[in-house]
Write a protein that binds this ligand. Structure first.
Ligand code: 1GP
Length: 242
């Protein structure tokens, strides 16, 4: 089954762990994957807004040696394409007005993605104000959607779906002070029918649970797990709780 059908068809809330290739080493990955496997994690996302070394390939190979979980690229740039992963979230930054991140980088990347045979999942990527300056925001040179502007978030997500995007990813950015507000998640989810991914600043099982109850289909956590890998178990349990 392709990965998108898996995402769409699972019928239960899903949990993805985000790994920054910068911080990948064998010991970290072995430990993390062992916990992810016993905790019923659904996907491993790999990527970062800024890569300053060429660890991506090594990181993916290390993950693949340890697990059969799907590995999905969450690329911060057109340099983060690697055919050893299973799929790529082809992100168009629809909350911003930077043409390079709406279509420019995609034109450069398209032939490489095609040659890689990665499964492509067109994703409407929406940055939401986080209370601090995140790397994603700085690197994208865009304005996030203000936390109290649900209408803008709804219209942006709707436009993304109408343009044919198969997922909407609302992100407060890695290490966000405040995660995406639950009221915004609820309102957006009411108006779209494609799966909704929520990430950025989710640092506890409670926050993951609230985001799921509000309508998130997939929760992504990176920073909190980097700080305390054992959190995987409790966050996964919170996501799967009915
Ligand atoms: C960032 O949504 C991801 O783009 C995950 O964010 O690192 O804050 O968990 P965190």
């Amino acid at each position: 089954m392709d990965i998108y059908s898996l995402i769409f068809g699972k019928g239960e809330k899903q949990f993805a762990v985000l790994l920054d290739p910068e911080k990948c080493d064998h010991k970290v990955i072995k430990n993390l994957i062992a916990l992810a496997t016993v905790s019923a994690v659904d996907y491993i996302l790999v990527g970062g807004s800024l890569l300053v070394n060429d660890n991506l390939d090594k990181c993916i190979r290390l993950i693949k040696d340890e697990t059969h979980l799907p590995v999905i690229l969450f690329p911060g740039s057109e340099m983060q394409i690697n055919g050893n992963a299973d799929a790529i979230l082809l992100l168009s930054l629809i909350s911003g007005r930077n043409p390079e991140l709406l279509i420019g980088k995609h034109v450069i990347a398209a032939p490489y993605i095609k040659a890689s045979r990665l499964e492509v999942i067109p994703t409407g990527y929406i940055l939401v104000e986080s209370g601090n300056s995140t790397t994603a925001l700085y690197m994208s040179n865009t304005m996030p959607i203000p936390r109290d502007k649900n209408d803008i978030a709804i219209s942006t997500a709707m436009a993304g779906e109408m343009l044919g995007m198969k997922l909407i990813y609302m992100d407060a950015g890695s290490g966000a002070l405040y995660p995406v507000p639950v009221s915004m998640i609820r309102k957006v989810k009411e108006q779209i029918s494609v799966p909704l991914i929520i990430g950025g600043g989710i640092s506890s099982p409670e926050l993951a649970y609230e985001s799921c109850r509000a309508g998130a289909d997939i929760i992504v956590v990176g920073t909190a797990i980097e700080k305390d890998v054992e959190l995987i178990k409790d966050i996964s349990a919170a996501v799967k709780k009915r």
